[in-house]
Write a protein that binds this ligand. Structure first.
Ligand code: COA
Length: 288
């Protein structure tokens, strides 16, 4: 789902609540972070989206900017969050074009399904470097702006690490680190007026993650306590709340937006095991 101007007619937020503010979003051309950015822009913010792929990042930036007359969305393409200098350049470009950064969404992530037996050390470190080191670098590079503007950070986490989700060792470990990073930042940066929170999406329709993990969507949906898959808009709504003045006293939290799914261990259900990987996992091959 992508948003359009009807969002303003159907949402509970005041239009223009983010007028004059700037949101900096890593992974902003991806499925979830794109819609988070759209909501912020529709509600008055300008934005910078950060991505590795130039064509995709440029075109998504143009599409988001078209949502609101006068909106400016800067494309920080060819940026790799694993490299702090690369992200510092994206921050420089954003401040040059938009004047400031108030809100940061650290959403760039890498994921694939792999069993432990076939997950190389390099593969593990690739994902940890994108998800965890990349999140750290994002805050590091935006820190001066956050301090100046008493800003807020939102990390896109997950619920995978609340229990053992098979074939997601790398992602679960990285996201556990992201939660820890956010909590510690909330405490350290609180006195500077900077807030830090995580959002933990559950089964969100249309995402690569759900496609990979869930084979039988109808069965999965029936198990979700709220009896439906989540939408990217659900994540965008929670994002707006966490950046809005309504959440001025909210920091160091993990906001789970999953319809109650993790309480029943949805992602550990037998029907979620990709059969081909389960078979492969039983092989005695070990890739180092
Ligand atoms: N199963 C097992 N190992 C895999 C894999 C898979 N499906 N996909 C990649 N890897 C391994 C590679 O083999 C390599 O390990 P090796 O050197 O031991 O062979 C390692 O991961 C790094 O791969 P590489 O392609 O060099 O990394 P990259 O930095 O270009 O890409 C990834 C990072 C691997 C996370 C890639 O999947 C990616 O860029 N993803 C971004 C998009 C995405 O995942 N979006 C979903 C967000 S939820």
């Amino acid at each position: 789902m992508v948003l359009d101007s009807t969002f303003l007619d159907t949402c509970v937020w005041k239009p223009d609540i983010f007028k004059g503010k700037v949101v900096f979003v890593t992974g902003g051309a991806g499925t979830i972070c794109r819609v988070q950015t759209e909501a912020m822009v529709l509600l008055g913010a300008n934005a910078a989206i950060v991505g590795r792929n130039k064509e995709k990042t440029d075109s998504v930036a143009r599409e988001i900017a078209a949502l609101r007359l006068g909106a400016v969305v800067v494309s920080c393409a060819n940026t790799d969050v694993r490299d702090v200098n690369s992200i510092a350049k994206a921050v420089e470009l954003t401040v040059e074009k938009l004047g400031r950064i108030d809100y940061v969404i650290a959403g760039a992530a890498g994921n694939f399904l792999a069993d432990f037996n076939h997950l190389s050390s390099n593969a593990f470190s690739s994902v940890v470097n994108i998800d965890l080191l990349g999140s750290y670098n994002t805050v590091k590079a935006t820190f001066n702006e956050l301090r100046k503007n008493k800003g807020a950070v939102l990390f896109v986490s997950a619920t995978l690490h609340y229990y053992g989700v098979p074939f997601q060792i790398h992602v679960g470990a990285a996201k556990a680190g992201v939660d820890a990073l956010s909590n510690a930042l909330a405490v350290e940066l609180g006195p500077l007026g900077i807030r830090s929170n995580c959002i933990a999406p559950g089964p969100i329709a249309g995402t690569e993650g759900l496609e990979r993990l869930v084979k039988n969507k109808d069965e999965c949906m029936r198990k979700v306590p709220l009896q439906r898959m989540g939408s990217t808009r659900d994540i965008a709504e929670a994002t707006v709340y966490l950046f809005s003045p309504a959440a001025d006293y909210v920091t160091g939290t993990v906001h789970v937006v999953d319809g109650g799914s993790w309480h029943i261990g949805l992602l550990t259900g037998g029907n979620m095991y990709p059969v081909e990987l389960t078979k492969r996992n039983s092989e005695i091959l070990t890739k180092l």
